[in-house]
Design a protein around this ligand. Structure first.
Ligand code: PLP
Length: 386
């Protein structure tokens, strides 16, 4: 039987084993140790963020970041409906609620509609922004850079600064993506808002098994992030706590994996870009199917490739194509179900959601692992042809 081609899996063929073995040999396996500090320094230096604070996973990084940004119980947070559900749940963990936005051509939050919403549907009073419909305070927004595609933040950042809305970037999928045009040219995704969050889950561009990171240029936010993620110890000897913290610190073993993975990120991104090009070339003559392209204002990490199906020109819907490819040992996945329609969230406000419905209906994610072989890419392309 042919080998199964998964959607997105890690590759651990660098110094991962060596560094993890060192943790075990030295018995530094838990939430302190040189690799946690080194991984934080290495991520900060790679992304150009002043500080990086490690977390057990990306979801917890977002949860803490919302609190660090001043989101209070009862507040609202603006979020795209088209995203993995983790950042939406992170809002709820802070006893706040989501306001859902539509997506743009790159599956990212529709910045123009978001700006229109902030300008027309909210009011600025006593230094805060209030939702005219719900009367609640909107204290933050989470642009999610989906599939490595960078959200265009040039206009959103100054507006949010004026309106006292904290920008928390969810860069879980876009480590390595950087802007090449505009106000934030040369900056990495995750380093532009007040806080940025990364994930090192097994399916992401680099992995620690499970892990996340909080990025910020603010010394006070970085210090508070470390304090809150390590049980808010005001006096660690006498066990004095002035606030309620979390046990969200990454372990040394996970960080050791991360250090080794990060050493290979340039190579990983280079291969990802080749995979993207091969898919694009292989599919360009097929009517009704295109490979989704990232925006040209950024250099994309090409974490995951997707096809967009034109229903009038291609015989199968994404789910039908997925099922047929599965029979050929090829794993593909549809785009996430929209969050404003999910059971826990369908009673919250959503604003003019149109394009997201179409994008979900037309898209399918393709196998995109770093370790994907050229012949496997060719096989996927052949099977898509039918
Ligand atoms: C993976 C992911 C997360 C959550 O990260 P975990 O490390 O799995 O908790 C958050 N947001 C997006 C967009 C993701 O893809």
């Amino acid at each position: 039987m042919a080998k199964y081609i998964p959607l997105s899996v890690p590759s651990l063929k660098g110094d991962e084993l060596k560094y993890v073995k060192e943790c075990i040999d030295t018995e530094w396996v838990s939430s302190a140790g040189k690799y946690v500090d080194k991984f934080e320094r290495d991520i900060a230096s790679y992304t150009g963020s002043k500080y990086a604070v490690a977390c057990v996973n990306g979801t917890s990084a977002i949860q803490v970041s919302l609190r660090l940004a001043g989101v209070m119980p009862g507040d609202e947070v603006i979020i795209p409906t088209l995203t993995f559900i983790a950042p939406v749940n992170a809002i709820w963990y802070n006893n706040a609620s989501p306001v859902f936005m539509d997506c743009d051509d790159f599956y990212n939050i529709d910045i123009q509609k978001t700006i229109e919403f902030i300008k027309n549907k909210t009011e600025f009073r006593d230094g805060n922004t209030f939702n005219k419909t719900t009367t609640k305070k909107i204290s933050a927004i989470i642009p999610v850079h989906v599939w490595g595609n960078a959200c265009l933040l040039d206009e959103l950042i100054p507006l949010c600064n004026d309106r006292n809305i904290a920008v928390i970037e969810d860069a879980s999928e876009s480590l390595g993506t950087r802007y090449i045009e505009g106000k934030f040219s040369e900056k990495h995704t995750g380093t532009i808002g007040k806080i940025g969050c990364l994930s090192f889950n097994g399916n992401k561009i680099i992995t620690t098994g499970g892990g996340g990171m909080i990025l910020t240029d603010s010394t006070s936010i970085a210090e508070k992030a470390k304090y809150l993620t390590t049980q808010a110890k005001d006096d660690p000897i006498k066990y004095i706590h002035h606030e309620i913290g979390y046990n969200f610190r990454l372990t040394n073993i996970q960080a050791a994996l991360g250090v080794a993975q990060l050493e290979k990120i340039s190579e990983i991104i280079k291969r990802k870009s080749e995979i993207h090009r091969k898919y694009k070339d292989g599919i360009k003559h097929l009517d009704g199917i295109n490979i989704a392209e990232g925006p040209n204002y950024a250099k994309n990490n090409n974490w995951l490739n997707m096809i967009i199906i034109e229903h009038s020109l291609f015989k199968e819907k994404p789910i039908e194509l997925m099922q047929r490819l599965e029979l050929n040992n090829i794993q593909t996945r549809p785009v996430w179900a929209l969050n404003h329609l999910q059971k826990p969230y369908n009673l919250y406000q959503s604003y003019k959601i149109e394009k997201a419905l179409k994008m979900v209906d037309r898209s399918l994610c393709l196998p995109s692992s770093y370790s994907l072989l050229d012949e496997e890419i060719k096989l996927v392309i052949d099977k898509i042809h039918g």
